[in-house]
Design a protein around this ligand. Structure first.
Ligand code: NAD
Ligand code: WQD
Length: 338
């Protein structure tokens, strides 16, 4: 009996594969390596000492999925596979809708044909748009997304909800991640963005390691304590653990469940810089720039529901997030290419 992890070679996927193996699960990964490399999984294997069954496969490829389902005894799927760059999605909306939405439709259709009706889906706090209130509970209404990437997540949530309503044999757990950061404590796996990082933490790390000259802080005139944007950063290992907890839940015939995975605490951009500097002892030069289009002032979770129902809560704080991001970056200045 194995768990299928789509997108398992990626940032969150590789950390989740590691935690699944540590929890005793057999793992099968399907990834087309469009935004990752095999090295991440080789390193997971080196850490856990356990083999991972890997298929270089696109979730849009029915035959490839059928081959996996024919060969492996899959009981549930954790579905990470997708394109995730906000800016790229604005330039290439059709590619994002095709890959993320059509890919998921093919995946769940093939799962259904096999009678495998347990799925955990990677959603995002981005579906709340500019949130109606903070801290954000799961009851907060979904909002207007500012980019096609966000819409793929919002639409996929609705598709999975409709699917589960029509066929209650499905168990669907939707996990809404806040801002994943950090890396496994070994420094052997971590986030390896292509080109210029879009997200704050990898940008800070690359400035610290000397690959980039300075951080641009996008706006200091938001309605927040220091004027810079506030987010709920969550350690990727905590996030991975959330999936292990959700997997236990999905096998209990839960029907449909939606959980926020965040810490409940918001940090501003400047607080992130200060924490990173104090934890690592490395200076991060920055300059205040204009607001980034589509950004919101503040976004942080109320994660009480995951605590109550999944017995999950974040264990790691901002210090560990910064220390582990730096450990990974300094040991692998060029990511998996180093
Ligand atoms: P990632 O890019 O590191 O991982 C995604 C993986 O999916 C990659 O390994 C990529 O090669 C693979 N993939 C993409 N399209 C595929 C396809 N058609 N078939 C097979 N494999 C495919 O991204 P991540 O940060 O690990 O994110 C994982 C999931 O979590 C994504 O769905 C993402 O949208 C979601 N998410 C990420 C964040 C974040 O900030 N990192 C926040 C919220 C939600
Ligand atoms: C955080 C804060 C920026 C970079 C994005 C996606 C979201 C989700 C997570 C997938 C903001 C500021 C950033 C920089 C900066 N991904 N910033 N300089 O925008 O909250 O969320 O990633 O689902 O969908 O939108 O994360 O890390 O890009 O930004 O000042 O170079 O850092 O303005 O306030 P964001 P982020």
């Amino acid at each position: 009996m194995s768990i299928l992890v789509t997108g398992g070679a990626g940032y969150i996927g590789s950390h989740t594969v590691l935690e699944l193996q540590n929890a005793g699960y057999d793992v099968v990964v399907a990834d087309n390596l469009s935004n990752s490399s095999r090295t991440s999984l080789e390193r997971v294997r080196d850490i856990t000492g356990k083999e991972i069954t890997f298929y270089e496969a696109d979730i849009l490829d029915r035959d490839a999925l059928r081959n996996i389902f024919a060969k492996e005894k899959i009981t549930a799927c954790i579905h990470f596979a997708g394109l995730k760059s906000v800016g790229e999605s604005v330039a290439k909306p059709l590619e994002y809708y095709q890959n993320n939405i059509a890919g998921t439709l093919v995946l769940v259709d093939e799962m259904k044909r096999q009678g495998i009706k347990n799925i955990i889906f990677s959603s995002s706090a981005t579906i709340y748009g500019d949130p109606a209130f903070v801290p954000i509970t799961e009851e907060c209404p979904k909002g207007i997304c500012t980019n096609p990437y966000g819409w793929t997540k919002s639409m996929l949530e609705q598709i999975l909800i409709d699917m589960q309503t029509a066929d209650p044999e499905w168990n669907v757990i939707i996990l809404r991640y806040f801002n994943p950061v950090g890396a496994h404590e070994s420094g052997m796996i971590g986030e390896d963005p292509n080109g210029l990082p879009n997200n704050l933490m990898p940008f800070i790390s690359q400035v610290a390691v000397g690959k980039l000259p300075e951080l641009s802080v996008f706006g200091d005139d938001y309605d927040t304590p220091d004027g810079t944007g506030v987010r709920d950063y969550i350690h990727v290992v905590d996030l991975a653990d959330g999936h292990v907890k959700a997997l236990k839940k999905v096998s209990e015939n839960v029907g449909l469940k939606i959980y926020n995975l965040g810490t409940g605490t918001g940090y501003s951009v400047l607080e992130m810089v200060k924490n990173f500097e104090s934890v690592t002892g490395v200076k991060v030069p920055y300059a205040i720039k204009a607001r980034r289009p589509g950004d919101i002032a503040a976004c942080y979770a109320n994660a009480d529901k995951a605590k109550a129902e999944l017995s999950w809560e974040a264990k790691f704080g901002i210090k560990e997030m910064c220390a582990d991001a730096w450990n990974w970056q300094s040991k692998n200045p060029n990511g998996y290419g180093s």
